[in-house]
Unconditional design. Structure first.
Length: 175
């Protein structure tokens, strides 16, 4: 199998660990007396999600959703399809959506709308990476690990055509 060509590592494994621990502590504090329900967005957020929930020291439940925006490789089309829905009802629950990266914001704004219809008690977004310079719709994550420039990255769950998710760091892809 051909290997991905990487430009450079932009976030090391150690830095990731520190950031995730920080986010976990913040979320623990904010959700102490809440009914926390964490939704991971497959497949990209699976790695971040599994680390994050172990840094949250308050009871929670998890579920996953799978969304696909049409178009492969490095561009988002803006048309989002739901491939897997939740097993459970989220009405009255304090929902925290966990995403790998917010880019144009189209995926999450679509998701937010479709979750709000189900009447959660609250709905917040936690993303590991944010590329605010690429935003096409107004969307501000409530929790963010690291803000990055407009570069395409892989690793820590993020892929380029399904490759690179297993890398323990975040690296910029060679153009
Ligand atoms: P948005 O709808 O444009 O915000 O796109 C979000 C989705 O695009 C993410 O969940 C990722 O799957 C994908 N994406 C955006 N930027 C990157 C990147 O730099 N590397 C890998 N995937 C990315
Ligand atoms: Mg993806």
């Amino acid at each position: 199998m051909k290997e991905l060509e990487l430009e450079r590592i932009i976030i090391t494994q150690e830095e990731i660990h520190k950031r995730v621990a920080g986010l976990g502590a913040q979320i623990t504090e904010d959700y102490k007396d809440k009914d926390l329900f964490v939704i991971g967005i497959l497949k990209g957020a699976s790695v971040f999600m599994s680390d994050l929930i172990r840094e949250i020291k308050t009871p929670l439940e998890i579920d996953f959703m799978s969304l696909k925006s049409y178009g492969a490789s490095t561009k988002t089309s803006g048309v989002v399809r739901m491939l897997r829905d939740l097993d459970q009802d989220i009405s009255g629950r304090d929902v925290l959506v966990v995403e790998d990266i917010v880019d144009t914001g189209l995926t999450l704004s679509y998701l937010k709308e479709s979750l709000l219809v189900r009447k959660p008690a609250s709905l917040k977004i936690c993303t590991f990476l944010d590329k605010p310079s690429r935003r096409k719709v107004e969307l501000e994550p409530d929790y963010c690990g690291v803000v990055i420039d407009d570069v395409f990255v892989v690793g820590y769950g993020l892929d380029y055509n399904e490759k690179g998710r297993e890398l323990p760091y975040i690296a910029e892809l060679k153009q």
